[in-house]
Write a protein that binds this ligand. Structure first.
Ligand SMILES: CC(C)(COP(=O)(O)OP(=O)(O)OC[C@H]1O[C@@H](n2cnc3c(N)ncnc32)[C@H](O)[C@@H]1OP(=O)(O)O)[C@@H](O)C(=O)NCCC(=O)NCCS
Length: 169
């Protein structure tokens, strides 16, 4: 991974599970994701063992180049080797690092990686109705709006629409 940039992606490690647990238990972060808290470090370790042996996903830690500090996690799940598609997820867990362009950089890196390492043709993602910010980021990066699943998930005390965006890489 190119270290000339302020952030880089590396394969997720067992040592990252304490960060993952803290980040996913943060209410502001969790409220935008389809993961139900609370989560223990042991839950994250079990998740790590599971994803490590799953050939249909890639899970990467977003690190700041300065001090190699982990700040978030990005990945592709549901990779289909038949359709050459995959589903993106991302969270920048260190909220003090929000708004610095790191999510955009990380997603750009992931698109390159998906194409060059996995031969992926199309990436897609879902956002909760309340997550206008994430939709804007993906739009700015060239993702198209595909549509909506109406009142599809129960999150933050209400039934919410799920929006679908995608990009051909
Ligand atoms: C969404 C998330 C990954 C963004 O991380 P980030 O590093 O702060 O994002 P960036 O700095 O790369 O980009 C932020 C952009 O969002 C825009 N933005 C910020 N708040 C916004 C809002 N309320 N509505 C619309 N756009 C907003 C900013 O203007 C910025 O765009 P710019 O480059 O044109 O200035 C981070 O907030 C996060 O982890 N959230 C919780 C989990 C989540 O929502 N994940 C995505 C689910 S698919």
């Amino acid at each position: 991974m190119n270290k000339e940039f302020p952030i880089y992606l590396r394969p997720i490690e067992l040592e990252d599970m304490e960060y993952r647990t803290r980040w996913l238990n943060d209410q502001e972060i969790n409220s935008m994701l389809l993961i139900t808290p609370p989560l223990s470090v042991s839950d994250s370790m079990k998740w790590y063992q599971r994803v490590l042996s799953d050939p249909n996903r890639e899970d990467l830690t977003i690190c700041k180049t300065e001090h190699n500090l982990p700040i978030g996690i990005i990945g592709i799940s549901n990779i289909s080797s038949e359709h050459l598609t995959g589903e993106i997820y991302i969270y920048i867990g260190e909220k003090s690092e929000w708004g610095k362009g790191y999510a955009k950089l990380a997603i750009e890196r992931l698109l390159d990686f998906a194409k060059s390492s996995r031969g992926i043709r199309k990436l897609y993602l879902y956002t909760l109705d309340c997550n206008e910010k994430a939709r804007r980021i993906y739009k700015d990066l060239g993702f198209s709006y595909e549509g909506i699943y109406k009142s599809h998930v129960y999150k933050n005390g209400i039934y919410q629409d799920l929006h679908i965006q995608s990009i051909f890489v």
